[in-house]
Design a protein around this ligand. Sequence first.
Ligand code: FE2
Length: 275
Amino acid sequence: MKRKVKTLFEALAMPEGRGVTVHRSIGRQGMSELDPFLLFDEMVLPKDSGDAGFPNHPHRGFETVTYMLSGRMEHGDAVGNKGVIGPGDAQWMTAGRGIVHSEMPVASDEDVHGFQLWVNLPNAKKMIPPRYQEVSKDDIPTVEGDGYEARLIAGTLGGTSGPVTDITAAPLYADITLTEEEAHLPIPVGHTAFIYGIQGGLSIEGQAFPTRTLAVLDDGDSVTIKGRVGARFLLIAGAPINEPVARYGPFVMTTREEIIQTINDWNKGKFLSPS
Ligand code: FE2
């Protein structure tokens, strides 16, 4: 059965980090979460933004996925992980029991343009050790499908699997460009799924929507997307976790007690600090 658009959310511009404007569609008033997703930001940072960025900050209880369209971002953390991701690269960070890291743009003649998605962890995995999976653009396969071409960061499409694996929510994360005016894409039944337009208007079962708008899909095994050849969008899906969500800024746990414990741990310096 084909999926239709359940709801449209226009991204809201809001300040984040130090001097950055993000366009947030999940994790804001009206849509605090879309199980298993906790936050979805489009980030555009003009090249002359000085020292704007995301200096050291903590996370606990979930995973973050960063995907870059242009510009470069450097990340660093306490465990010695350090790296730069550039256009077409991705980074999947499991905060688990706690991480303190920074995400700062690298000066270049390009604007920084990318996306960050927060994926929840089930309660049983919230305190696992932190880790990074950094994915170079060269390791992201291109899938030619029915009316589309996809860069596949995570999940399976047309028999191909993306390089990011071993994630509880079994996510599908694909950067898709229409090669015909109509594309047909499979999506696992029962998984939460959304489409986010990057370039060109799109239409699903008669519901049109512009870029910088998140279309939540209803359930089904596939979606038909119409638009001009060259229209580009993200298709993101994942298995719902079906647990309560208790959040406080960069900490996302299951209960209020766990959030209080997390704040206590943070205040007592029980998170790793950058070296
Ligand atoms: Fe972060």
